[in-house]
Ligand binder design. Structure first.
Ligand code: RFL
Ligand code: PHB
Length: 394
C-alpha cells in the first residue's frame, strides 16, 4: 500500500495510460509524482480498448523504458485494408510512408507501465474518491480526496489531469474559460474479443451495405472485431451468433469464407464521439489525453494522441521544474491542440467514409463507394491516408 504523501512536484489524476506514462517519464528525469486513481488496478487492466500504436508512440514507450515486452510480443503491420463490399484496397504504409504501426493492446501497455512504476516505487493510490483540485491558478495548488476512509491533502507544484472524459480535471476549468467542440455520431461500435485466428494478417476496415465492420486482432489466436450498431442497442441484444452473422455480411467474400468463429470472451458497446476542450491548461492544471479530447476509434488515434500530449507536457514540466524555464508550459496547449485537430479531422473523415448513417439518402452511400474507389485508383489518396494513419510527427 502506498504511503500517504503530503507533497509532490506533479500530482497526477488518473492511472490510465496518460497518467502512467507521464509519471514514468517525469520520474526518469528526477521529478517526483503521485498518481491518484478512482478505480482499482484490476479494473483499469480489464478495460479492452486500443490496439494500434503509431511508431511515435512506440518510440515514446522505448524512451520510457517500457518497450521490452512490446518488442517481443507486439506485431508490426506494414499495411491495412479498406473494403467496399468485395473491393479490397490495401494501404501499404511501408511503401507510402516508410513507417509501420504496431498491434499491441492498451491493456498490455498499461500493465507494462504499472510494472515500471512499481519498480521505481512511485506512489499510486487506487480507489481514491471525492477528489477536488484547489487553487490551480495560484503558485501553490493542492488536491483533497478520500482514501481508505480518510480525508487527505496533497500539495504540489503542478497538476496533470489525466482522468479521462468523465474526470474532474476538465470540469475544474470554469465554463466561461473553456470552449468545447463536439460531434456525437448516431451509432456505436459493438466489439468482441474471441480466441480465434484473425480473419486476415492485417486490419480490415469494411464499408458495406450492412454498415461498418472492423477486423482487428491482438495476436495469432486472439481476434478483436467490431460492427456498427444503433445507439439504442444493448450488449444483451446481441448473441454471439448474431454478431458473427453481421460481421460476415460486412466482410468481402474471400475473407468471409475463411472467417473462424467461436465464443466471445468480451463484448461491449462504445459510442462514437469527437470532442475537444480548449485550452488544455488552467493555471497550473494541465489536461492530458481523453480528459481533453475524444476521437471516434475509426482512425485508432485516441491512445496515440494521449501519448503525444504526454510528449509535449513531460518536456515542458521538466524544463519548468529543473531550470525554471516556463516557456514550454506556456506553449503546451497550443502545441498539443495543433496535432489534436489534425487527428480529429482524420478520424471524422474516416468515420464518415465508412459508416452508414440512419436515414441517409442513396447519394450518401454512393459517395462512400466513390471514396473507396478513389482510394483504389489514386496513390496520392492512399499516401494521404497512410501518412495520417501511421501518425503525424510530434
Ligand atoms: P483513460 O484510459 O480513460 O484513463 C483515465 C483514468 O482516470 C481515472 N479517473 C479518475 N481518477 C481519479 N479521480 C477521478 N475523479 C477520476 N476520474 C477518472 C479513470 O478511472 C481512468 O483509469 O484516459 P487516458 O489515460 O487519457 O487514455 C486514453 C485512451 O484510453 C483512449 O484514448 C483509447 O483507449 C482510445 N481508443 C483507441 N486509441 C488508439 O490510439 N488506438 C486504438 O486502436 C483505439 N481503439 C479506443 C479504441 C477506445 C475505445 N473505447 C472503448 C472508447 C477502441 C475502443 C473501443
Ligand atoms: C482495436 O484493435 O481495438 C482497434 C484497432 C483499430 C481501430 C480501433 C480499434 O481503429
Amino acid at each position: 500500500m502506498a504511503q500517504t504523501q503530503k507533497r509532490t512536484q506533479v500530482a497526477i489524476i488518473g492511472g490510465g495510460p496518460s497518467g502512467l506514462l507521464l509519471s514514468q517519464l517525469l520520474n526518469l528525469a528526477g521529478v517526483d509524482t503521485v498518481i491518484l486513481e478512482r478505480t482499482s488496478r484490476a479494473h483499469v487492466l480489464a478495460r479492452i480498448r486500443a490496439g494500434v500504436l503509431e511508431s511515435g508512440t512506440v518510440d515514446m514507450l522505448h524512451a520510457a523504458g517500457v518497450a521490452d515486452r512490446l518488442l517481443a510480443e507486439g506485431h508490426s503491420h506494414a499495411g491495412c485494408v479498406f473494403t467496399d463490399d468485395d473491393l479490397m484496397v490495401r494501404i501499404d504504409f511501408a511503401e507510402l510512408t516508410g513507417k509501420s504501426v504496431t498491434v499491441y493492446g492498451q491493456t498490455e501497455v498499461t500493465q507494462d507501465l504499472y510494472a515500471a512504476q512499481d519498480a521505481l516505487g512511485t506512489p499510486i493510490l487506487h480507489e481514491v474518491a471525492d477528489l477536488v483540485i484547489h487553487e490551480p491558478t495560484s503558485s501553490a495548488p493542492y488536491l483533497t480526496y478520500t482514501h481508505d476512509g480518510q480525508t487527505a491533502r496533497l500539495d504540489c507544484d503542478y497538476v496533470a489531469g489525466c482522468d479521462g472524459f468523465h474526470g474532474v480535471s476538465r470540469q475544474t476549468i470554469p465554463v466561461d474559460r473553456r470552449t468545447e467542440f463536439e460531434r456525437v455520431y448516431p451509432f456505436g461500435w459493438l466489439g468482441i474479443l474471441s480466441r480465434t485466428r484473425p480473419a486476415h494478417d492485417e486490419l480490415i476496415y469494411a464499408n458495406s451495405a450492412s454498415g461498418f465492420a472492423l477486423a482487428s486482432m491482438r495476436n495469432a489466436n486472439l481476434s478483436r472485431y467490431y460492427v456498427q450498431v444503433p445507439l439504442t442497442d444493448r450488449v444483451e441484444d446481441w448473441s454471439d451468433e448474431a454478431f458473427w452473422d453481421r460481421l460476415r455480411a460486412c466482410l468481402p467474400r474471400d475473407i468471409r469464407a475463411a472467417l473462424q468463429t467461436g465464443p466471445s470472451i468480451e463484448k461491449s458497446i462504445a459510442p462514437l464521439r469527437s470532442f475537444v476542450c480548449e485550452p488544455m491548461r488552467w493555471g497550473r492544471l494541465f489536461l492530458v489525453g481523453d480528459a481533453a479530447h475524444i476521437v471516434p476509434p475509426t482512425g485508432a488515434k485516441g491512445l496515440n494522441l494521449a501519448v503525444s500530449d504526454v510528449f509535449y507536457l513531460h518536456q515542458a514540466l521538466i524544463s519548468a521544474l529543473k531550470s525554471g524555464d516556463t516557456s514550454g508550459i506556456d506553449r503546451y496547449s497550443d502545441r498539443a491542440l495543433a496535432r489534436i485537430w489534425q487527428a480529429m479531422r482524420f478520424s471524422w473523415q474516416l468515420t464518415n467514409m465508412l459508416h452508414r448513417f440512419d436515414g441517409e439518402d442513396s447519394f450518401a452511400a454512393q459517395m462512400r463507394k466513390a471514396s473507396l474507389m478513389h482510394l483504389s485508383q489514386s496513390e496520392t489518396a492512399r499516401r494521404e491516408l497512410a501518412e495520417n494513419y501511421v501518425g503525424l510527427p510530434f
